[in-house]
Design a protein around this ligand. Structure first.
Ligand SMILES: NC(=O)c1ccc[n+]([C@@H]2O[C@H](COP(=O)([O-])OP(=O)(O)OC[C@H]3O[C@@H](n4cnc5c(N)ncnc54)[C@H](O)[C@@H]3O)[C@@H](O)[C@H]2O)c1
Length: 321
């Protein structure tokens, strides 16, 4: 298989590339990454000599179309995105650029190269949030995003859904709950807790820390993505008009405050470092996804939260990149 992986120097994309190259060393991987603040080519160091790396913007249709032709690409896996909710609240323009215009550019590439499949990586945040007693979001529930980030991801999904139907492009979408692990950008919640605690600085917690998230270790997410990629019927075909959506979740919801306390425990730091700060505007209360369809295909998370946090802390401790 010849893969074009966008955003492959980012957090999840880099794990996906490393994992895929290990399992399928003969596959060609072309990584396209703009190298924003969140991308780091060094994450790909172990495989850099065996892949192609191109620093470009996915919004540039001409470049993307040329790469698809040059490398006879079979599948585009689209991780490229602006991903930090707080940044989207301050300035949504980069989010509109990459998460909407970028998806549109990839759709155009697939329209003109109908043999190319598009695997789009999305998020549970497209649904908005849940109350404590609500059941997890199901595939097909209405999209109801709260933040500019989530709205841009929802728009990307909708453009893709329309393109599947109108242009018959072969595509599928995966939605996952919150990820954590090595390579995650310093600004995100778990890296912020780890870094602050390691430096004995106050650990900022929004409001009372009661918001709930369902954390999945990044390698478990990548296992699920690989399973979808290797499932022949995963991508759109004429018989399945609505296209294919897959949901990935740990089914292990936790309040932010408990996550922070567990990290402090692993690091041997006092809970007195916890510092409550003003809440994020429009802060989603709770996320949960129904991932039963994927679990029927044989996927389930392998890394417990405690083990995943230990591995993440270890990476931040030894971080030289
Ligand atoms: N991190 C999570 O918890 C999570 C959960 C569910 C879904 N997702 C989705 O997974 C995908 C990857 O998320 P992540 O956390 O790895 O993101 P990230 O912010 O760590 O990495 C994004 C990567 O995309 C690159 N990029 C940004 N704009 C680009 C552009 N215009 N052209 C080319 N490259 C560009 C960046 O340089 C970076 O390497 C995103 O689509 C995100 O919505 C993330």
């Amino acid at each position: 298989m010849n893969l074009l992986v966008t955003g492959g120097a980012g957090f999840i994309g880099s794990h996906f590339v490393l994992r895929h190259k290990k399992q399928f060393p003969d596959d060609l991987i072309v990584v396209v990454d703009r190298l924003t603040y969140a991308g780091n080519k060094k994450f790909l160091e172990p495989v850099l000599s065996t892949i192609r790396f191109v620093q470009e913007d996915i919004v540039d249709y001409e470049v993307m179309a040329e790469l698809v032709k040059k490398y006879a690409i079979d599948v585009i896996v689209n991780f490229a995105a602006e991903t930090h909710v707080d940044r989207s609240i301050k300035n949504s323009v980069p989010f509109i650029h990459t998460n909407i215009l970028g998806v549109q550019s990839l759709i155009e590439v697939c329209k003109t190269n109908p043999q190319v499949k598009l695997f789009h990586i999305s998020t549970d945040e497209v649904f908005g949030d849940l109350e404590d007693d609500d059941p997890p979001f199901k595939i097909g529930d209405a999209l109801n995003p709260s933040s500019p980030y989530a709205a841009s991801k929802a728009a990307g999904e909708m453009l893709l859904q329309a393109a599947m139907r109108t242009y018959k492009i072969k595509a599928c979408v995966s939605r996952c709950t919150n990820n954590y692990g090595p390579h995650q950008d310093d600004e995100k919640f778990i890296p912020t807790v780890i870094r602050s605690a390691m430096q004995n600085k106050p650990v900022p917690i929004y409001a009372q820390g009661k918001n709930k998230r369902d954390w999945l270790y990044v390698e478990d997410h990548c296992d699920a993505l690989e399973l979808i990629l290797q499932t022949p019927w995963a991508f759109w075909d004429d018989k399945l008009e609505s296209g294919h959506f897959f949901q990935i979740s740990a089914d292990d919801e936790q309040q932010n405050i408990d996550v922070a306390k567990m990290i402090l425990k692993v690091l041997g730091k006092p809970e007195s470092l916890l510092t409550f700060v003003a809440d994020r505007p429009g802060h989603d209360w709770r996320y949960a996804l129904d991932s039963s369809a994927l679990r029927k295909l044989g996927w389930k998370p392998k890394v417990s939260f405690e083990e995943g946090i230990k591995r993440t802390v270890e990476w931040f401790n030894s971080k030289k990149i």
